[in-house]
Design a protein around this ligand. Structure first.
Ligand SMILES: Cc1ncc(COP(=O)(O)O)c(C=O)c1O
Length: 472
């Protein structure tokens, strides 16, 4: 590595070389035993006389920082003198806003598990890697990359058209590609929407229990995030507080409880938004994995007042690590959302967008979703059957027929009991998350979220058998 020494604007060249080399030794960029560049070479690189460098080296030698061996060179000493100057504190002067002290990055997925019932991720072994690699390779050839100039913030045109077609076929949504912005997952879709619609202090209503990353995101932008209860029909619309500017909901498959928002509630929340001049963000995160095939009208298609922002993700249908999602906005917001995307990160990685466009257009996406849906449906069936049969009195399966997890309520247990079950399960090799993790209000919900994205079908029976013993 070429050691960085800068003499730009410096007068005392020898002192400057001495000071910068000494600092590099003290802070470990040059380690004991490492060879300094030969004085002739460094002098040439810095465009100074060789003696200027030699005097600096002599001074470092005199102070014990380096020693010279004739014919071999100048080396950093193994016994370094302690610096004479006062200890420097370069690590703690700047402080983040207090908000960030409360944000922890979940590392639950980093821990491998023998029986993994943690929710949130699809089965990565089902992903068609060979096809994806082929499509990505095509996009990483010079003709496809072109000039390498930045792209359109709203995203790859082909992908936006592919998403519009996909939404039309699978969700009955009439979407113009111009109103779609490709994002780095749902999370960034929420970010750009919030930037466009919310000022610090604005109120955002979220479902309780609900999706913590969304709550944290709105709060990080200074919003007043208010949890609103859900019942068996979905969000309790009468409980939305006054002066709410944005309502964030997951109507197709409430996260995490799993119920479908009733048509009456859908109509009610749309009426509420119209009456209170509010926006609705509809998170349709896993609607591709419905097992009963019953079509559910997205809020977006029932809305007649241009108040619904529809957000979709490829984290469940493809891989969460690809960080690909999108937002479909009413035309009144599309320009600003595109501008917000430009301001935050310019645009999502183009080769992956182009590959996804081909993946959808060439039929791979539909095929993969079909295969994955059949696998998840079987896991869902097994889990619901076993929970219903073997966990009577302890767990009640919440209604829901979609996605990558089922919720099991534990009305007879206290929160501490559930926590005990979770830790006993972990000791028995079974990782599972408590429902209380998703609560936002004062009374956390008691139960377990049983994910089946990560657990192979043939391990479900033994995993649940072990979980069963943790209740005894
Ligand atoms: C409710 C909900 N929305 C969205 C997502 C996907 O988020 P992203 O697209 O940012 O990966 C998830 C993933 O677990 C989710 O549970």
């Amino acid at each position: 590595v070429e050691l960085h020494v800068s003499l730009v604007g410096r007068k005392h060249l020898t002192s400057e070389i001495y000071r910068q080399l000494r600092q590099a030794i003290l802070d470990g960029r040059l380690s004991p035993g490492e060879r300094l560049p030969p004085s002739r070479e460094l002098a040439k690189r810095l465009s100074v006389a060789r003696t200027t460098v030699m005097v600096a080296y002599d001074r470092l030698t005199g102070e014990g920082f380096v020693n010279s061996r004739v014919g071999a060179g100048t080396f950093v000493s193994h016994d370094l003198p302690r610096p004479a100057s006062a200890a420097r504190d370069t690590g703690s002067a700047l402080k983040p806003r207090p908000f960030w002290a409360a944000v922890t990055i979940p590392n639950v997925f980093a821990r491998p598990a023998e029986f993994d019932f943690r929710s949130g991720i699809p089965d990565a072994t089902l992903f068609p890697y060979a096809t994806w690699r082929r499509l990505m390779t095509r996009e990483l050839r010079a003709p496809a990359v072109g000039t390498g100039a930045y792209g359109e913030p709203a995203g790859h045109a082909g992908l936006r058209h592919a998403i519009a077609r996909h939404l039309g076929l699978s969700r009955g949504i009439t979407a113009a590609a111009d109103d779609i912005t490709v994002t780095n997952g749902t999370q960034q879709a929420l970010d750009v929407v919030a930037r466009v619609l919310l000022a610090p202090g604005d109120r955002v209503a979220v479902e309780d229990p609900g999706y913590p990353p969304a709550r944290r995101l709105f709060a990080s932008l200074g919003a007043d995030v208010v949890p609103v209860p859900v019942d068996r029909e979905g969000l309790v619309v009468e409980a939305i507080p006054r002066r709410t500017r944005l309502v964030y909901v997951s109507p197709s498959h409430q996260f995490p409880l799993g119920m479908v928002m009733s048509l009456a509630r859908r109509v009610a929340v749309l009426q509420w938004a119209r009456a209170h001049d509010a926006a609705i963000v509809e998170d349709d995160y896993d609607s591709e994995f419905r097992f009963d095939g019953r079509p559910i009208e997205p809020l977006q298609t029932i809305d007649t007042s241009g108040r619904v922002i529809y957000v979709g993700s490829f984290s469940k249908t493809m891989l969460a690590t690809l960080r690909l999602g999108f937002v479909l906005t009413p035309p009144s917001l599309s320009g600003a959302v595109r501008a917000a995307k430009h301001v935050t990160d310019w645009h999502t990685a183009l080769p992956a967008q182009a590959a996804l466009a081909s993946f959808i257009d060439e039929g791979w996406f539909a095929r993969h979703v079909r295969t994955a849906r059949a696998v998840y449906q079987e896991r869902h069936r097994q889990i619901v059957a076993t929970l219903t049969r073997e966990f009577t009195g302890q767990l009640e399966v919440a209604p829901g027929n979609a996605g990558l997890h089922v919720c099991a309520l534990a009305p007879a247990l206290a929160l501490d009991d559930v926590a005990d079950v979770v830790s006993r399960a972990s000791a028995a090799g079974v990782e599972i998350l408590p429902l209380s993790l998703y609560s936002a209000g004062p009374t956390p919900h008691c139960g377990l979220v049983v994910g089946y994205g990560a657990i192979p079908t043939d391990r479900i029976a033994e995993g649940l058998r072990r979980l069963r013993t943790c209740f005894e």
